[in-house]
Design a binder for this molecule. Structure first.
Ligand SMILES: [Zn+2]
Length: 252
């Protein structure tokens, strides 16, 4: 375990030595209401001076969440699909906006999502679309900018800066949760070894270094292990070459 952290520290030192800049952003998914866990997320964001892009499920979001967000300096609401309902055929990986759905139907829901959250959050809403399960049909992408979205976020290094005209791609890259097991923390090597490899690839220029590096969290299911890992990781990155990044586009 310590070895993986040591490797991360070594890589971060190289970044600092080479004077490289690491934009770092934070996305947290599945918010619908204020909870104790959301309070903890906000506190941690405050301690770290690091904004959290809160992916809110439009269909289920309640007005109290908008009140909490409006009182926070650190929570930036973004659009998490529509109802977080799986429409994929049995056997297929889960998705709400996968390619098996009629595009018009899916786009209608993406539009309802941004409209509902605009009503709730007003100008605080950042026009970023976060499809549940990080999956979306490529057929939807050219149409999202026309629905007032300015960015899309899934998981893994982006292939291009713009997913479609007027639509920035800003993905997440680190997910500490063991989704296929106990939904607790993965062992730290399984998180940090790929992260170090990715940082090396960015430093070498073989992966887009301008894409903000994204941590993906799910505050509602964090146990102590996940909370403490996220805090430690963010602190190490911020003590090194990382600087907090926020999506500041607004709907005009
Ligand atoms: Zn989700």
């Amino acid at each position: 375990m310590t070895q993986a952290w040591d490797e991360l520290d070594r890589e971060l030192t190289l970044w600092s030595r080479e004077g490289l800049d690491l934009p770092l952003w934070w996305r947290d998914d599945d918010a619908v209401a204020p909870t104790e866990a959301l309070g903890r997320l906000e506190d941690l964001a405050g301690e770290l001076g690091m904004p959290v892009h809160l992916a809110v499920i439009p269909h289920s979001a309640v007005a109290e969440l908008a009140e909490t967000v409006s009182q926070s300096q650190h929570l930036l609401p973004v659009v998490h699909g529509w109802a977080h309902v799986n429409h994929a055929p049995t056997e297929a990986k889960k998705s709400e906006f996968g390619s098996t759905r009629p595009v018009d139907e899916a786009l209608n829901e993406a539009e309802q999502g941004i409209e509902r959250l605009q009503q709730l959050f007003g100008p605080a809403l950042r026009p970023m679309f976060v499809p549940p399960w990080n999956r979306i049909s490529a057929a939807m992408l050219p149409w999202l900018a026309g629905l007032d979205y300015a960015a899309i976020s899934t998981f893994g290094p982006r292939k291009r800066v713009q997913a479609a005209p007027g639509l920035l791609q800003i993905n997440t890259h680190i997910d500490p949760i063991n989704w296929h097991g106990d939904r607790s923390l993965l062992d730290s090597g399984s998180i940090l070894t790929p992260l170090v490899a990715q940082l090396q690839a960015r430093r070498a220029g073989s992966v887009d270094r301008t894409e903000p590096l994204g941590l993906l969290t799910h505050h509602l299911i964090h146990d102590e292990g996940v909370w403490s890992f996220c805090e430690t990781l963010l602190r190490r990155l911020l003590d090194g070459p990382a600087r907090p990044w926020r999506f500041d586009e607004r709907i005009t």
